[in-house]
Design a protein around this ligand. Sequence first.
Ligand SMILES: NC(=O)c1ccc[n+]([C@@H]2O[C@H](COP(=O)([O-])OP(=O)(O)OC[C@H]3O[C@@H](n4cnc5c(N)ncnc54)[C@H](OP(=O)(O)O)[C@@H]3O)[C@@H](O)[C@H]2O)c1
Length: 359
Amino acid sequence: MGIYSLITGRRGPSGFGSASTAEEVTQGIDATHLTAIITGGTGGIGMETARVMAKRGAHVVIGARNMGAAENAKTEILRQNANARVTLIHLDLSSFKSIKAFVRDFHALHLPLNILINNAGVMFCPYQLSEDGIELQFATNHIGHFLLTNLLLDTMKNTAKTSGVEGRILNLSSIAHIYTYQEGIQFDSINDICSYSDKRAYGQSKLANILHANKLSRQLQEEGVNITVNSVHPGLILTNLFQHTALLMSKFFFLCFCSVYILFIFTMIYSNVHVFTGFLKFFSFYLWKNIPQGAATTCYVALHPSLKEVTGKYFADCNEVTPSKLARDETLAQKLWDFSVKLINSVSKKNYLGFEDTS
Ligand SMILES: NC(=O)c1ccc[n+]([C@@H]2O[C@H](COP(=O)([O-])OP(=O)(O)OC[C@H]3O[C@@H](n4cnc5c(N)ncnc54)[C@H](OP(=O)(O)O)[C@@H]3O)[C@@H](O)[C@H]2O)c1
């Protein structure tokens, strides 16, 4: 898989590719025995993931910080499928207090937990600290999901053990994990405003998503637990995620406009309409996915039977791909794990739900 497959939509070894949709990759899968938590399932990729998982029969629990948007998402999912099982629980991943309350509320439902999809995210925000005093992109995208996953792990282990059904954890990462700070993760200056780059901070948090998934995967394998952990790049999809990118996007579209104009001139000169339409396709369709295509890799990794026992891998366009060298660095993953535990415990001044400092 690569840029050629992305542009052409050519299918990879899995039989799916960049043009596959979430419904297509889950066709015929019965998920009626599964319960899945999806963070940020109120819009974009998360909502489509919730809709398709519910369509396949899963009981979907949406963790949402905006309960109004969550109600709208639930109404829309039920409008399309009256039998859908959708539960909403408030969750703000940038607040330890809220994460703890979410886990308490989820436990109060006495549901099993088969699948955890760490989907919610923010991108390129101006420098901000979370409620707990952690840089917002790192806090929301990595630390919040790290804490949530750890607090839900015992429930997932119990479910996997008693049901005999493989549990699955997914982290929504991004190709942007390759564009991070020089050292990968800025352990010594995670909150440093002077060195803050909105783009590198996003890349850093997405690198952390892969490192977290890989480390947890190894840990669960060592423990012999029937739960897989993988990470995903969903593709490029125009969603609310891009709300802080007005300047970047205007530059991008200006570049596209100029390129299309130049090509148009060439087309006029050489009367070759195929060059022009090919180029238009490249920019308008194949580089950008629509939302059903954007949710395909998540749904594929969460539900597809061919991925049984596949763990510690990174997927794009519904196929396994190799992430960056930093993302494959086991020492860095261990360092991030220890750092995350220390950070959570130092900020909270106590162990949340018995979440121990393992370093
Ligand atoms: N779109 C892309 O091109 C792309 C590419 C690569 C990776 N990704 C990754 O895919 C995931 C989903 O992105 P998307 O494009 O679907 O973005 P989106 O449309 O902006 O959706 C993000 C979701 O996360 C929620 N969220 C944000 N901050 C939260 C917080 N503190 N607590 C709880 N929920 C929070 C949002 O809730 P609100 O409605 O309250 O804001 C929203 O439901 C992200 O992890 C992103 O990094 C996306």
